[in-house]
Write a protein that binds this ligand. Structure first.
Ligand code: UDP
Length: 248
């Protein structure tokens, strides 16, 4: 959370600064197969976030000591472009991107059938080219689509969303101002079918009741976001089936 401020985050009509109600998501768009040289890829726009994901693998894990004889190792690398934020970000890894890469790798590992590909690695390169709050859950949601578009066997999709507290109200999907000047931010991700939680972090404070309300809002929103993921993938397979039937 940013420094406390007098900035108003709820307007006189009880709406948020961008006109959204408490449980409204920002617009989300996902497309697949953006990159020719990746095994799978996705491009996600979520509010002002623009995120590109490229997936490679499963391929032999290298260096060899990183191999797991029982399963594939999912290696996500989250990177924010220097020009992705208002104040230029120093290029290269830092503590934040290392942490985000780790939590995303762990969340994706829960969805991928890693036990089918021992000694391999699956690389997930995440490039945030424009950041507008909520990039870790947007990246994870897009990465899941990119993995599926690479044809990597998965038990389920990972779908993420955040909720938080602004002016003592629990609201869904924080915007940049709400993230900076609000009271709490709770990014969370689940497996879309059985709702197993695969990522949960919290910045700021929430009471037990507020936490329950925030997680409830997120759970409901994940169904809507999972539908957008499904649409992106069904577009891909519709197009592939069409070209197969035209060729055959
Ligand atoms: N941000 C920034 N500069 C940085 C890191 C983050 O301006 O070096 C902004 C960016 O818009 C990001 C937001 O702060 O989306 C919130 O960052 P946070 O660490 O909470 O992660 P996120 O919400 O993106 O998962």
């Amino acid at each position: 959370m940013g420094t406390p401020s007098d900035k108003k985050l709820i307007n006189e009509n009880g709406l948020r600064l961008d006109g959204r109600g408490d449980e409204e998501l920002r617009p989300i768009k996902i497309s697949t197969d953006i990159l020719e040289r990746a095994d799978g890829s996705a491009f996600m726009e979520w509010g002002g976030n623009k995120i590109l994901v490229a997936v490679y693998g499963p391929r032999e894990a290298y260096p060899k000591h990183t191999q797991d004889i029982e399963k594939s190792v999912v290696k996500a690398r989250y990177n924010m472009a220097a020009f992705s934020v208002d104040e230029r970000k120093r290029p290269g890894p830092d503590r934040r991107s290392t942490e985000i890469s780790k939590v995303i790798s762990e969340a994706l590992s829960a969805a991928v059938m890693v036990e089918q590909f021992p000694r391999t690695q699956i690389d997930v390169f995440i490039e945030v080219i424009q950041a507008d709050a909520g990039t870790r859950i947007a990246s994870l949601t897009a990465a899941s689509v990119a993995l599926a578009s690479a044809g990597i066997p998965m038990r389920d999709m990972v779908v993420g969303c955040s909720a938080g507290k602004v002016e003592d109200r629990i609201v869904l999907d924080l915007s940049k101002d709400e993230d900076n000047f609000g009271q709490a931010d709770l990014p969370m991700a689940v497996l879309s079918k059985n709702k197993q939680v695969v990522l949960i972090q919290m910045d700021g404070d929430l009471s037990k009741e507020e936490f329950a309300r925030a997680t409830d809002m997120i759970m409901k929103a994940t169904d809507r976001i999972a539908e957008i993921q499904r649409k992106a993938l069904s577009e891909k397979y519709k197009i592939e089936n069409l070209s197969e039937s035209q060729n055959g």
